[in-house]
Design a binder for this molecule. Structure first.
Ligand code: FAD
Ligand code: UDP
Length: 391
């Protein structure tokens, strides 16, 4: 069979490109997906107990780009969400990310914002341009709060100290002196109202001339089809057979546990409602236990089921062929990636896009924005090619 584009991966990147290229260029696309479903890591599903869970870790959609909301809004309604997170250490829950409430817990009495600011002015380490994740936190809140909430979590998550990671990693977490304890900074925070998978199904349904092959690796499929261009959203080092070495990634193991209503009777109601296992959507465990966080998606999906399911997230060493969940934001890894970047720049028939193919710690909105940009670039290349062919 003959296709214009062979697209590797049915995540945000692959599906957005299939939609744009099939509809805008009338191109015939084949999407090849190794897993048995759409959506890549953003896939959600109803588990055996009927609870909607995020199978590959919590996916909190947020963006400051209205164009991305508008684009995805063609395929979903939105459910506004306030992502609320706590941290658990020293046998108690802490308000998190760090804010005035956290400070009051630390000192054991009420305080004003001015007092908290004065405290931070005393304890923060003066660093004009924080160069790594340890510096970005201690320069804002000093050693005590860093050690309470960031040092252990970061070591557990990345198997590296915060001092070895780019400032952008811990810099993702806001620190505020008021009582705002929203986990994210972006203006638009919402979930696809009927879930991510439903949104991906509608995105695929909107694609003209597009086929998806599940449970299929492109290395196998490419031997049986012909195509003009390849779009690749898998891991770039795997694409090049690890010719410049295995890039560092961090992997994860997810452990789900379901609780029936009867098993939840002793749990405190949340906003007056029974049926929850923990007091917030997500609880981070910076210092105790082998997992980094426990997520209970029922807090944000709006489901009214009696039982609930929680997901414990255990960081794991990555081995080639396993799941590469996180590229490691670190200068040495970026240098190694540059070798692959050069190989890809020299390949005119393959476009690399998405979190793993460009080796970037991208959020969903950033991935969609990059895919839309790439679609625009491909359109220009394509029209140039058509003109050359007809000249
Ligand atoms: P992916 O979703 O990884 O899709 C790539 C697809 O390609 C996969 O389905 C894979 O199976 C397939 N593939 C790879 N190689 C092959 C091959 N050889 N043949 C066939 N198929 C192949 N972002 C947010 O904005 N908010 C969040 O809260 C958030 N939380 C996250 C939590 C976790 C634990 C993780 C890992 C990521 C999180 N993200 C979050 C990031 C988000 O998952 C990504 O930005 C987005 O899903 C990337 O989309 P993608 O299409 O580039 O890649
Ligand atoms: N982090 C931390 N303590 C926390 C939460 C986050 O040290 O309680 C650090 C950690 O290094 C983590 C990074 O901040 O990897 C980014 O956190 P985020 O929750 O955004 O991670 P993601 O959802 O992308 O895994």
């Amino acid at each position: 069979m003959q296709f214009d584009f062979l697209i590797v991966g049915a995540g945000f990147t692959g599906l957005v490109l299939a939609e744009r290229l099939s509809n805008e260029l009338g191109a015939k696309c084949l999407v090849v997906e190794r897993r048995g479903h759409l959506g890549g890591n953003a896939y959600d599903e109803y588990d055996d107990h009927g609870v909607l869970i995020h199978k590959y870790g919590p996916h909190y959609f947020r963006t400051d780009q209205p164009a991305i909301v508008d684009y995805l809004g063609r395929f979903t309604q939105w459910r506004p969400v306030n992502y609320q997170i706590l941290s658990w250490t020293k046998s108690r829950y802490w308000r998190f990310p760090i804010n005035l409430n956290t400070y009051e817990q630390l000192i054991g009495r009420s305080a004003t914002e001015a007092e908290f600011q004065a405290h931070l002015a005393r304890v923060r380490v003066p660093i004009a341009a924080p160069a790594n994740s340890e510096e970005v936190i201690v320069s804002q809140v000093g050693w005590e709060l860093y050690e309470l909430f960031f040092k252990g979590y970061t070591q557990k998550q990345w198997n590296r100290s915060a001092a070895e990671l780019d400032a952008s990693v811990c810099g993702r977490i806001p620190i505020r002196t008021n009582r705002d304890d929203g986990y994210l900074r972006e203006k638009f925070q919402a979930l696809p109202a009927a879930g991510y998978t439903r949104m991906f199904e509608r995105l695929l349904a909107a694609c003209a001339n597009t086929m998806v092959l599940f449970n299929a690796d492109y290395r196998e499929v490419r031997r049986h089809v012909t195509f003009r261009k390849l779009i690749y959203s898998g891991a770039i080092d795997e694409f090049y057979d690890y010719r410049a070495g295995v890039l560092p990634y961090r992997s994860l193991r997810f452990e789900a546990e379901h609780f029936t209503a009867a098993q939840l009777v002793d749990r405190a109601p949340v906003a007056g409602r029974p049926g929850f296992w923990q007091p917030a959507l997500q609880v981070n465990y910076p210092n105790e236990f082998d997992y980094t966080r426990i997520v209970e998606t029922k807090h944000i999906t709006g489901q009214t089921c009696d039982g609930t399911t929680i997901m414990r997230e255990y960081p794991l060493a990555y081995v080639p062929g396993g799941e590469a969940y996180y590229p490691v934001p670190q200068a040495a890894a970026q240098r190694q990636y540059q070798a692959y970047r050069e190989m890809s720049a020299a390949d005119p028939d393959t476009y690399f896009a998405g979190r793993l193919a460009t080796y970037r710690y991208y959020n969903m909105d950033q991935v969609v924005a990059a895919a839309l940009d790439l679609a625009g670039q491909i359109k220009l290349d394509w029209q140039g090619g058509q003109r050359r062919r007809s000249a």
